[in-house]
Design a binder for this molecule. Sequence first.
Ligand SMILES: Nc1ncnc2c1ncn2[C@@H]1O[C@H](COP(=O)(O)OP(=O)(O)OP(=O)(O)O)[C@@H](O)[C@H]1O
Ligand SMILES: [Mg+2]
Length: 269
Amino acid sequence: MPVIAITSPKGGVGKTTLAAHLAAHIAAQGWKVVALDLDPQNALRLHLGLSIREESGVMAQLSESTDWQAAMLDTPFGVQLLPFGNADPVDALDGYAAIMEDPGLLAHPLREIAQRPDTVVLLDTPPGPNPATAALLPLIDLTVLVLLTDGGSAAMIPRIADHSFMGRSATARRAAERAVVVLNQYDPEAPLAEAVLQMAERSLGGRLFGTIRRDEAVAEALADKQLLLDDDTPAAQDIHAFAEAVIREARLRKPGRRGGFSALAEWGG
Ligand SMILES: Nc1ncnc2c1ncn2[C@@H]1O[C@H](COP(=O)(O)OP(=O)(O)OP(=O)(O)O)[C@@H](O)[C@H]1O
Ligand SMILES: [Mg+2]
């Protein structure tokens, strides 16, 4: 079953927010979802309703003897979470160095998990280039690239359009070719946002999945340990359509059924 990565060259764009919502949305439809946090900020656990005191994780002390099954935490949203873990910065760098030395440390156990029936693996990644995402590139079936509708994001669009943003290797280009883009924190009233959206539409065509509106309800839900799943707020509506579009793009079939895509909603840019 597919491995879906939520990535961005930029920080603070909503990767973790969208990873948590996407994981919960897919789990609610009957798939087994395993979410892996590759970011030393270790924030995905908070978005998935776990306590700030939960400090366990796989990435902080990654080794060949890591017990991945034992490390999985149940979350209130039906998602199985593999947190990064609470890592001292030096330990996090050591972990990354170990992955650069031996990408299989991460890729082999992840491949085994992804091969389980009806299981979808979601990756929340740190911003920009990093050894963990690089190690998993050959396994990633769908990259969801999150950007904003600001000048910094607009500057990155040409490299996304020509598939060079993940690097020059054949694996990186293949992953980039399969990437789709979502523009988060979109304000339809802002002229700059509108201009960036139009540029993205022109440059990316059908690879631009759409926009998710800026909405205070997103931060409020996080503070309440909730996700905007069945809500009626602007961001909740957009996130729902985004999740359906990802299900369709990843060609997820209804668990236990053969044939037929499960995504029902059409969602244009
Ligand atoms: N659609 C939205 N409307 C309003 N606020 C949003 C929206 N999406 C995300 N946010 C807010 O933006 C901030 C950054 O979100 P998040 O932590 O998910 O980004 P990130 O890309 O994972 O950041 P980092 O690069 O640090 O990992 C959070 O405060 C979040 O609540
Ligand atoms: Mg994040």
